[in-house]
Design a protein around this ligand. Structure first.
Ligand SMILES: [Mg+2]
Length: 262
């Protein structure tokens, strides 16, 4: 699944280059495994709130054709694309805005007794906003069933953590506020599917996902058509993943996706 999402993003980039998409698209190269695992942890009725970099989650939940259709139609642009039927109820183009909104969603579900869990995803840049800490404290105070997912690649745009702030022990800080912290390291291994939500764990959960991303021309993030200096049939993947995914797999998925979008 993660390989399919990687190749789908390369095809989206191709479409951008051809001028078929007029809205900016924020790709999520290197975040694919996280999206697969988080969506895999969601149960029926659970909801998820995302940032502007939401494409990988949409591609886990939906077909490439439907995602491209929305990009082409420009209904929500890309930063605010939602799909309530699949549980993607909110995406934010404002940094960290999704955290307090997630608290509202979880509070509402809690009051209704739905039993649903709310997932909210952001990068390590967004946790520098006060909204992250305030939302975490609010969720802990009200015992809201929220999972805060932090995709931590150590970069915010082109700025590394060390140029932005003092080093913060995110895990200890979240634990002290009242969160149950789970750390997953995606940087040097191909992760097995983790079991995050266990009986007896206290909410809110904080899932600290350490990831590598792959830059292009020195940029770690992408805001439009990108120069991926790679063969679409053999996308660049991190160490262990490369061993698992053959050129034949890549070619088969590429052909399937090209057939899907016509
Ligand atoms: Mg980051």
């Amino acid at each position: 699944m993660a390989l399919r999402i990687r190749i789908a993003q390369i095809l989206i980039s191709e479409e951008l280059r051809k001028g078929g998409i007029r809205a900016p698209v924020h790709l999520a190269l290197g975040h694919e495994w996280v999206a697969v695992d988080v969506v895999g942890a969601m149960g029926p009725g659970d909801k998820i709130l995302l940032s502007h970099r939401n494409v990988a989650y949409h591609l886990v939940k939906r077909s490439l054709a439907s995602v491209l259709h929305e990009y082409r139609s420009g209904r929500f642009g890309s930063m605010n694309m939602i799909d309530p039927d699949s549980g993607i109820v909110y995406t934010s183009s404002i940094l960290a805005n999704q955290f307090p909104v997630a608290c509202g969603v979880a509070l509402s579900d809690n009051a209704a007794g739905s039993g649903a869990t709310t997932f909210v995803v952001a990068g390590d840049g967004a946790i520098e906003e006060g909204a992250f800490y305030e939302s975490l404290m609010f969720a802990a105070k009200h015992e809201l069933p929220i999972v805060f997912v932090v995709e931590d690649n150590g970069w915010s745009m082109s700025s590394p953590v060390c140029s932005r702030r003092l080093d913060v022990d995110i895990d200890e800080l979240c634990f002290q506020i009242g969160g149950e912290v789970c750390v997953q390291d995606y940087r040097s291994r191909c992760p097995s599917r983790p079991v995050f939500v266990g009986d007896g764990l206290r909410f809110p959960h904080v899932w600290h996902m350490k990831v590598n991303t792959y830059g292009s021309k020195g940029h770690h993030y992408h805001h439009g058509p990108i120069d991926i200096d790679i063969d679409p049939e053999y996308p660049v993947l991190c160490g262990a993943e490369r061993k698992l995914w053959s050129r034949e797999d890549s070619r088969r998925i590429l052909n399937e996706l090209r057939g899907e979008i016509g």
